[in-house]
Write a protein that binds this ligand. Structure first.
Ligand code: A3P
Length: 287
């Protein structure tokens, strides 16, 4: 009996000691809050690179996986969404990326309903290259896929493009942007050039930091060009041995598509691209 009493007393003491002397949970770990900024698109634009590069900033905390809250998981509610977020300390911003949001009709309204102040980032890339990249990715998962041309054209000799094919539809940036502009002012959307992200990652990341109201801490000192990968990678911190290039699924060799099909797609996208440049006030020079 004295043993049992001793055990209970010890447990009680330990509980009260921890309760009284441990710092509040928030001071130790921070709080989970809904994201201040979301990378909403576009698939194969370079979204993983932007997230991995911006999250080395000490004032950024990000969810590593795609939450798909505003497209597939909206029914689960905001508390579920918040629970996925990383803990942030005061002054840190919280981010996630799910590229399918950009082409989800309900996503702009749903994000605006969460907070009209959410900052949005869209990584855009030449829609023809993007479509080929998208197809190359699908092909790795479904090797018996019809050819790119079969999927991209309703009638290739007439130059009739199949806009119902997702790989083509995603590249109609102006069309999708219209939906976002019904809920967010243009100033709240930042466009990253997927091409410049490869040639000048520090420059693009500088603009992303400005847009997020962050001090420019991620600079050219953080990057080097990895010849084997053929892409910029993050320099290793001295303490680490692990490489800091993106994974194998980022920067794949594309399936060869014949010149004529590529030209036909360029012609198809040209007016859409011009409209997109006018809407955002920047010429991405995709011709
Ligand atoms: P490819 O695999 O077609 O080259 P996302 O992350 O949105 O899926 O985009 C993938 C694309 O990011 C890749 O498409 C690649 O071109 C681009 N990218 C941009 N910067 C990169 C980097 N530093 N390392 C690897 N891929 C990068």
């Amino acid at each position: 009996m004295p043993n049992v009493l001793h055990f209970i007393l010890r447990s009680l003491c330990s509980f009260f000691y921890r309760f009284i002397f441990s710092p509040p949970v928030t001071a130790k770990f921070g709080n989970k809050k809904l994201p201040n900024a979301i990378i909403v698109g576009v698939k194969k634009g370079g979204t993983r690179a932007v997230l991995e590069f911006i999250r080395i900033h000490p004032d950024v905390r990000a969810v590593g996986t795609e939450t798909h809250f505003f497209d597939r998981n909206h029914d689960r509610g905001l508390d579920w969404y918040r629970s996925l977020m990383p803990r942030t300390l005061e002054g840190q911003i919280s981010m996630e990326k799910t590229p399918s949001y950009f082409v989800t009709a309900d996503a702009p309204r749903r994000i605006a309903a969460m907070s009209r102040h959410t900052k949005l980032i869209v990584v855009v890339r030449d829609p023809v290259t993007r479509a080929i990249s998208d197809y190359t990715q699908t092909l790795t998962k479904t090797p018996d896929l019809p050819s790119f041309q079969e999927l991209a054209f309703l009638n290739q000799s007439q130059g009739l493009v199949d806009v119902s094919w997702n790989a083509i539809r995603i590249g109609l940036y102006a069309l999708h942007l219209e939906c976002w502009l019904r809920h967010f002012p243009l100033e709240q959307i930042h466009f990253v050039s997927g091409e410049r992200l490869i040639t000048d990652p520090a420059g693009e990341l500088g603009r992303v930091q400005d847009f997020l109201g962050l001090k420019r801490i991620v600079t050219d000192k953080h990057f080097y060009f990895n010849r084997t990968k053929g892409f910029p990678c993050l320099k290793k911190p001295e303490s680490s041995v692990s490489p800091r290039c993106l994974g194998k699924s980022k920067g794949r060799t594309h399936v060869q598509i014949d010149r004529e099909a590529v030209e036909q797609l360029r012609d198809f996208y040209r007016p859409h691209n011009v409209r997109f440049y006018e809407m955002v006030g920047f010429d991405f020079r995709w011709d």
